[in-house]
Design a protein. Structure first.
Length: 373
């Protein structure tokens, strides 16, 4: 890790590294230096004592938020003729010694944000028994995502674990959560999958607050991906298939994602409708590319295909690290194509901090996809 990454003469800590990355990414996204500084402070406060943890120590826990267990992930969301929106996803309870305490720390972090920015946590509070039980199961308790808007007040969303009461009850938990949120016909509209890794809630000042359900899809093919949307009207299947093939580097429809699965996300805003108003396809590009130069080339092609400027993504990688893209894989973790009713499509690149490790480039044999059928 270079002095340029953390500041010359400073002992690198989790907070100094991720805060510096956020400030530099803020410049890429067009945030003022003052706003970026404010958000770097919010990130440090949300991480709590682990922000001061030296990077010479192992990660505070084995979070699956990132491959190297950094409890922070950045993303840039692109749309035509606009600067990309910068987001940060974090695990506020990552220093806790149990999943229950991790959830409590996360809840306290959300409530501190609610007091600071004057928004309600009622939707989250109404689901506590489903997602934050006294003896939780699963790989996470609560994550917070912040969309870093100009002015120093972000949009806030929380990610919850449907397996908190046991993996076998995940579907029941998602159904019950949607019912309580007023989306009583929503669950039946979801596509088939192999699990529900997340339920996300928008909190605070959103034009149309969403409840978002994520569905896991093992061995997903392009043709299957094109049929996952439940929006009416929704994206053309051919457009979704084209995105899938470009990002995954996969050709025939008999070839699917044989390692890390794809994810679909279905956003519900209208309680009077059984259908979602949004659909996103997430592809884990890092598992289907040799290195980040290849992942970047695919991302650039997708952005250009959708009329978006890819130069900000190139600058963003330089804001995160001074390593060459060819020297690792995973800096670009996921690429996603998002559709929301009444808005143009968005492309989102999920970017790893790599605070603890760089995943080495993959040999060609490792990235060969699986043949389905």
């Amino acid at each position: 890790m270079s002095a340029a990454t953390t500041g010359a003469g400073e002992a690198p800590t989790l907070g100094s590294l991720t805060g510096g990355q956020l400030r530099r990414l803020g410049a890429v996204a067009g945030l003022t230096a003052a706003d970026a500084e404010t958000y770097a402070g919010v990130l440090a406060d949300s991480l709590g004592p682990v922000a001061e943890r030296p990077l010479s120590l192992p990660p505070p826990n084995r979070t699956f938020l990132s491959d190297d267990h950094t409890p922070v992930e950045f993303s840039l969301s692109f749309q035509p003729d606009a600067a990309p929106a910068l987001r940060v996803l974090l695990e506020p309870g990552c220093g806790a010694d149990s999943l229950a305490r991790e959830g409590q720390a996360g809840l306290e972090a959300v409530r501190a944000m609610a007091r600071r920015w004057n928004f309600s946590t009622a939707a989250l509070d109404g689901l506590r028994d489903l997602f934050l039980p006294s003896s939780p199961h699963g790989p996470l308790a609560l994550w917070i995502a912040l969309e870093l808007e100009p002015g120093g007040v972000p949009k806030v969303k929380v990610y919850l674990n449907p397996a908190a009461r046991g993996a076998k009850r995940s579907a029941q938990t998602v159904r019950e959560a949607l019912d309580r949120l007023g989306h009583r016909r929503a669950f039946a509209s979801l596509p088939a999958g192999s699990g529900y890794p997340f339920l996300a809630l928008d909190l605070g000042d959103w034009e149309e607050p969403r409840a978002k359900v994520y569905v896991r899809h093992e061995n997903l093919t392009a043709g299957q991906a094109g049929r996952l949307s439940r929006m009416t009207p929704g994206p053309a299947p051919a457009a979704v298939e084209g995105f899938f093939r470009t990002v995954a580097g996969i050709g025939p429809d008999t070839t699917g994602l044989g390692r890390r699965p794809g994810l679909s996300c279905h956003a519900f805003t209208d309680t009077a409708s059984a259908r979602p108003s949004g659909f996103t396809l997430h592809i884990p590009v890092r598992d289907y590319a040799r290195h980040d130069a290849e992942a970047l080339a695919r991302a650039s092609r997708v952005l250009r295909d959708h009329g978006m400027d890819d130069s900000a993504l190139v600058r963003a990688l330089g804001a995160l690290t001074d390593r060459r893209p060819e020297d690792g894989v995973g800096l670009i973790a996921y690429l996603a194509l998002a559709h929301q009713r009444g808005r143009p499509p968005r492309v989102t690149a999920y970017l790893s901090s790599e605070a603890y490790a760089v995943r080495p480039p993959a040999p060609e044999a490792v990235r060969e996809p699986v043949t389905v059928g």
